[in-house]
Design a protein around this ligand. Sequence first.
Ligand code: GDP
Length: 447
Amino acid sequence: MFEGLSEKLSGILDGLTRRGTLSEEDVNLALREVRRALLEADVALDVVRSFVDKVKNRAVGANVVKSVTPGQMVIKIVNDVLIETLGSDAQPIDLDAPPPVAIMMVGLQGAGKTTTSAKIAKRLTELQKRRVLMASLDVKRPAAQEQLAVLGRQVGIDTLPIIAGQTPVQIAKRAEEAARLQGYDVVMLDTAGRTHIDEALMAEMVEIKRAANPHEILLVADSLTGQDAVNLAKNFDDRVGITGIVLTRVDGDGRGGAALSMRAVTGKPIKLLGTGEKMDALEDFHPNRIANRILGMGDIVSLVEKAAQTIDAQKAQKIAERMRKGKFDLEDLSDQLAQVEKIGGLGGIMSMLPGMAKMKDQIASANLDDKVIKRQRAIIFSMTPQERRNPDILKASRKKRIAAGSGTRVEDVNRLLKQHRGMADMMKQLGSAKRGPLSQMASAFGL
Ligand code: GDP
């Protein structure tokens, strides 16, 4: 799902992260491409417009220089707006009502209502330990009731015995009564569809709703139909009132326009995704995970979140400035090490940055693991401010004193000094490097 959109967006945004600075023009240019990508993914025009406006306003107003690169910040903003557009929090099926809780499934013919009813029943039984009874209210299609019974047997869910000649409302009432008498927790009502919306269908849904008083009314819509699915949801909601949406066939939907527009246009949450024909091909809809799937940049997003929490931007900038001038003293090193510790150690940072796995060996050989970081900070603490600013004055007697003060040995002090010199050189090079994982790491620290 979302393959096409994902590829385009990550291409556009990836371009931004590689830049040290971003002008408003750069952002506008990128947003024009984002706009085109969303429209190509069949996202509703109004939704695209409001999406791009939100990103633009926030990007302009944001404290972008907050210890990450502007490009990374823009990615975070796009990610946040995506999540909001998708509906912010996951909204599972609500069973918080006296049993039997009725769930009414509505939608057009072939959207996947019957299949999804059985999938939901199976899931509620297996994961939430509910006793579920299913009933087909489709008296138009002769085989519909039998189809549900077959699926029921397949997944081990009871279905209401079929009585020929009953109306949908009579079946709904019988299902409710049977569920109450036999102690079922949930009763799933699978209604009839049509090939398109018509007045008779809507009237039938309203009638069933009145009789069954369902706690959830879930619209099942085929995501492959794109904006038609969104209009359908709006129509059903206006006429019948729905509590949520299940999007089916997302396994074949490379565009994702329906998923992205649904919430903004209808105001109703997508609750579940149908991801295949098999009975367990049903997923909860988590806006943050979907956003991650679309952008494929969760690593950078969490890096920005962590960095924003922990890193003091001004300090980082000052250090960066000093580094560029080749003045990376031991005080700066200590500050940097402290920040590395705060963000979860080097392991934490490396696991967040794409491509960093390759650097692991290099960093390990530089002896930069987290225990070493602690020891190094202790050594630096034992120095006088003058020594930290000017390590060249550290001769044998001073080194002995420092080693004793930090509970280490003179060799450790020597190793630290050597490492500091190496790092200062490396950092200087990084400052001028244009790309590569290490420069990403450096820019994450505002270097
Ligand atoms: P209904 O008329 O709305 O009850 O639709 P059905 O439940 O009979 O589904 C119609 C067809 O769509 C069946 O062949 C299902 O197996 C298939 N189907 C339903 N949901 C999905 C899904 O999420 N992915 C895929 N690939 N097929 C699905």
